[in-house]
Design a protein around this ligand. Structure first.
Ligand SMILES: Cc1cc2nc3c(=O)[nH]c(=O)nc-3n(C[C@H](O)[C@H](O)[C@H](O)COP(=O)(O)OP(=O)(O)OC[C@H]3O[C@@H](n4cnc5c(N)ncnc54)[C@H](O)[C@@H]3O)c2cc1C
Ligand code: SF4
Length: 438
């Protein structure tokens, strides 16, 4: 089997961001993705093919997508930074990487012209109560956006950025991507990576590699690590639990704008939650999150605010892939605090009882191979040549959207690896010869 300088596991935001840096300097790069590619996005039923939902406890779920492009294909297109201070406290200054990622993705705040009457009412109500709603930084080309509000199904108009765009660019540059190829474990010898064991369409195999970068997401990377001699991976799971609180109105809603067009996060540091307007426009989606009681009200009569909390790292991913996490007393207190404030704002904005509170969904699994525990400051594990570049490395739960920060961390890792390649003075050809001889 041919060997590679770099094998990247996973084609989500972490995997594609690190690949972009490496692909500029080496052609000995292979991306392995366990799932298929889906381009027929935008349908609710189609989502069942790739959405992986885990029940963590009664009424609390974690989500990820198993597909080329990863979970960010289903994102709400939110692009704020998170954990900037916390990472800086660990000596990881992402300033330049954040700026580059934001430019490359095209992150831009929601323009005022895109806001619905519901969001304008929430801004005004927030002002009365001392809560500032500001435009959410979005990964949306607003010229192409049709304001359908169905971003999580996948954008049919191509207005929303996803890692599929970066993956397409990588393939166009000649990077080899193997789909439906699951990495089972990393093999190492004498404290150094030697390759990965895979299960692909042709069965089991071994791919020699000098560097392996795990970017399989915080629910899968720790499984690979545990199977590869890291029994301490998989602990500290956090998911950023979120619930939507709806009040009933006479026709005021945020239907007609992208979901989460605003963000109120002044209280994030002191109280551990943020608020953002949300409308579940599909009846089926409302039934899943709110139950049959939601059928009594059309989306246009429901004004919603998402409460997203920063949760305790109290969960765990087991070697067989199962995940467990209970909401701690602190998690429940933050959720109750946020829900109470959301109801106050909705009431001032003109909504009335009954206030409906949806089930709790955690879309940001993270922290299962944290910096300082499983990886060091350079995202390297104790096995030389084995790195992690996904939300697993977060040192704590962000309680905020993750994509831009994962991309910035992965970009930083890519630059670090390129600098090391250059330091060794190996030319493209000599590197290739070294790999073939390995
Ligand atoms: C519905 C929803 C909406 C969201 N909205 C936003 C938002 O608006 N903004 C934001 O910042 N964040 C959002 N998030 C969170 C964000 O999408 C994720 O935190 C982020 O995409 C995770 O990226 P990752 O690279 O860590 O992992 P992933 O994106 O999960 O990528 C992992 C990749 O590895 C593959 N893989 C898994 N196991 C293996 C294996 N063994 N071998 C090979 N390949 C493997 C997977 O198929 C996948 O392609 C949302 C999440 C959800 C669920
Ligand atoms: S709201 Fe805009 S970005 Fe979101 S899915 Fe619809 S067209 Fe795409």
């Amino acid at each position: 089997m041919r060997g590679y300088d770099f094998v990247i596991v996973g084609t989500g935001v972490g995997g594609t961001a690190v690949a972009r840096e490496l692909a500029r300097h080496t052609d000995s790069l292979l991306m392995l993705e366990c799932a298929r590619e889906y381009r027929d996005l935008g349908g609710a039923l189609g989502m069942l093919r790739y959405l992986d939902e885990r029940r963590l406890e009664r009424g609390v779920y974690a989500h990820r997508a198993l597909m080329a492009g990863g979970t960010a294909v289903l994102s709400c297109a939110n692009g704020p930074r998170c954990l900037e201070e916390e990472l800086s406290g660990l000596g990881i200054d992402l300033g330049e990487d954040f700026a580059e990622v934001e430019r490359e993705i095209g992150v831009t705040p929601t323009p005022a012209s895109a806001l619905s009457p519901g969001s304008l009412a929430l801004i005004a109500a927030g002002r009365v109560l001392g809560v500032t709603f500001r435009p959410m930084p979005k990964m949306i080309d607003f010229v192409r956006c049709r304001a359908c509000g169905l971003c999580m199904l996948g954008c049919r108009s191509g207005a929303k950025w996803t890692p599929l765009q970066w993956l397409d660019e990588l393939v166009a540059q000649g990077v080899r991507v193997c789909l439906q190829t699951r990495v089972e474990r990393v093999r190492h010898h004498g404290g150094r990576v030697i390759g990965v064991e895979v299960l692909g369409p042709d069965g089991a195999g071994f791919i020699p590699a000098r560097h392996v970068i795990l970017a399989a997401g915080a629910l899968a990377t720790p499984v690979i690590l545990q199977r590869s001699g890291f029994p301490d991976a998989g602990t500290h799971l956090a998911v950023d639990p979120a619930a939507i609180v709806y009040g009933i109105t006479e026709g005021l809603s945020t239907v007609g704008e992208p979901v989460m067009s605003l963000i109120a996060d002044d209280m994030h540091k002191s109280r551990g939650f943020l608020l953002s307007p949300f409308s579940e426009n599909l009846t089926a989606g409302r039934v899943v999150t709110l139950g049959l009681r939601s059928l009594r009200y059309p989306a246009r009569r429901m004004l919603g605010l998402m409460v997203k909390i920063k949760d305790d790292c109290s969960g765990r991913v087991l070697p067989d892939g199962r995940a467990t996490k209970r909401m701690t007393r602190g998690d429940r207190a933050r959720m109750a605090d946020g829900t109470g404030l959301a109801k106050q704002i909705l009431r001032v904005a003109g909504a009335r009882e009954p206030f409906l509170v949806g089930r709790v969904n955690g879309g940001h699994p993270c922290c299962t191979a944290g910096i300082g525990r499983i990886v060091d400051h350079d995202l390297q594990t104790r096995i030389r040549g084995l790195y992690v570049a996904d939300a697993s490395v977060f040192p704590e739960s962000p309680g905020k959207p993750t994509i831009v920060t994962i991309a910035a961390l992965a970009k930083r890792l890519g630059k670090y690896l390129v600098a090391r390649m250059t330091d060794t003075g190996l030319t493209r050809e000599r590197r290739r010869a070294a790999v073939c001889a390995a």
